[in-house]
Structures are given as C-alpha cells and as structure tokens.
Design a protein around this ligand. Structure first.
Ligand code: GLN
Length: 273
C-alpha cells in the first residue's frame, strides 16, 4: 500500500473512533513506524510500503484511545526526547513552565535540587540539562518509573542526578536542598472516573490521584521539605490558592503564582527567605 493510502485509512479509522487529533496522530504513528519525519510523508505519498501490519496494530491501539506517547514510546519535553512507558505519566507542556521557572532561578549556580515524584524524570533531567552546575536527587514511589527516569538521564548524558525509591508519606528525604520541585498527583479521587479515556484508562493512577481533595501531596511536601530557597509546585486548575495557603501556613514568606498558556494558575512557588 502507498503512503497516501495508509494515511487515508488510518485517518478514517481514528476519526471513526472519536480521536479528534486523528490527522496529527496518523502522521506521528506512521512517521515512527517508517522512521521518517512528517515532511517525508507529505512528499512521498506514492512510495510503496511493503509490510503494513505493524502500522495498523499501532493505529488500532490509538483507536482504543491509548495515548500516542505510549505507542511510540517517546515524548518531547523541553525540546528533549524522553523515553516513555505506561509506568510513567506522559510529560505535559504545562510542566515546561515549572521547569522554565527553575532554570531561570538556577542559571549557572551550583545548587542542590530535589524532584519529588520524578516519573519519567522529565523535570530533573531537563533542569540538569539546561543548568550545567545543578545537582539533583530525584525520587519516586515506583521502581518501574525510576528505571525509566534513569534511562532518560543516561539518554541525555546527565550524571548529576541521584535517583532513589522513596514514599514521601513514610520517609521524607532528610537532606536540606536549595530547591524542591514537584509535579505531584493532584486529581481528586472522585474526579478520576470522569477523566478522558486516554488518561484514565492508560496513565498510572498512582501518578494522577492526589487523595480526596487532590492536595495530599502538597501538604506532606510543604510540611517536611527542608528547603533553603524555593519550593516549586505544578498545581491543578483551581488549586493555586489552596496550595499558596498551604505554603504560607508552613512558613514560606513570598508565594508567586504563574499562569499557563490557557491562563490557568499552574505553577506555585514559595520562597523561604
Ligand atoms: N514529574 C513527572 C512529570 O512531571 C511525573 C509527575 C507525576 O507522575 N505526577 O511528568
């Protein structure tokens, strides 16, 4: 079958399954399958593809609402490619705001950072990639996630991150850090069933659920964090004031809130002095 026809068929299957981004997803999946970029697909519509089974298996998975990143096994974040498995949350563009704020704060300084709930490692790895003197500890409760995060650090040749298994509810890292950062699970337990199929069915619940009111992680982290400078969080829509109050209640002097591109208050940063 020629590339043009494959695109047409995939678009048809995905559209019928209610995938709104069907055109983009078709290009990403076919590009991955053939190992080519989008412009190649557009300029080689008449090129014959011999074995198409593997491609239609990918399309079928997407038609069942599995996220593209789990099918291709990777996702771009902060202009870096991250390996992704179903054991980790897929990095989101909003999280780039949190990372940008940290990069701006750190610059070239030699500082120590802790990333809590590192998942794919996207926050710790990209901060260390862009801040050459930053040292980091990155923790997660999931050994599978830590394996993915370690792989991503290696992929980008970052040797300055120490990854370790940790459940912040039972043993909080004892060291004092300049910066503590976290994009913790923040969805309310009762809101989980209403999540988009792509998210709720496929992304790990442990990376999504923040307890009954969605704020469990913010409370425990703000209470136990030993930070010399800043504590920076990503928060869910409508949580910024609650999280800002948690921070002031724990002695943080100044609290800054940053909006995302949809004008949702998305990043909350507390300064200790
Ligand atoms: N720190 C990772 C990210 O921002 C994982 C976050 C999580 O699992 N809640 O993508």
């Amino acid at each position: 079958m020629v590339i043009g026809k494959l695109i047409e068929k995939s678009n048809e299957i995905l559209k019928k399954s209610g995938i709104q981004s069907y055109r983009l997803d078709t290009c990403v999946l076919l590009g991955k399958y053939l190992g080519v970029d989008k412009s190649y697909l557009i300029t080689h519509k008449d090129a014959e593809v011999g074995d198409t089974d593997g491609f239609f298996e990918m399309v079928e998975r997407r038609a069942n609402h599995e996220p593209v990143a789990y099918i291709t096994g990777n996702k771009e974040f902060m202009s870096l490619e991250f390996d992704i498995t179903a054991d980790v949350l897929i990095p989101r563009p909003e999280t780039e705001l949190l990372v940008e704020a940290i990069i701006k704060y750190v610059g070239n300084r030699r500082l120590d950072m802790l990333d809590i709930g590192t998942g794919s490692g996207c926050i710790a790895v990209s901060c260390c990639y862009y801040c050459k003197n930053l040292m980091a500890d990155a923790v997660d409760i999931s050994p599978e996630a830590l394996a993915v995060a370690r792989q991503n650090a290696k992929k980008h040749d970052i040797g300055r991150i120490n990854f370790f298994l940790c459940d912040v509810f039972t043993s909080f890292p004892d060291k004092e850090y300049d910066i503590i950062v976290s994009n913790p699970p923040y969805i309310k337990k009762n809101d989980l069933p209403a999540l988009m199929k792509d998210v709720g069915r496929y992304e790990p619940e442990s990376a999504l659920c923040g307890g009954a009111d969605g704020l469990f992680f913010y409370r425990v982290i703000a209470k136990h964090a030993k930070t010399r400078d800043i504590l920076a969080f990503e928060v869910g829509a409508g949580q910024s004031n609650d999280v800002a109050n948690i921070l002031t209640g724990c002695g943080y002097k100044k609290v800054e809130i940053i909006k995302d591109y949809s004008l949702i208050e998305r990043v909350v940063i507390g300064r200790y002095r």
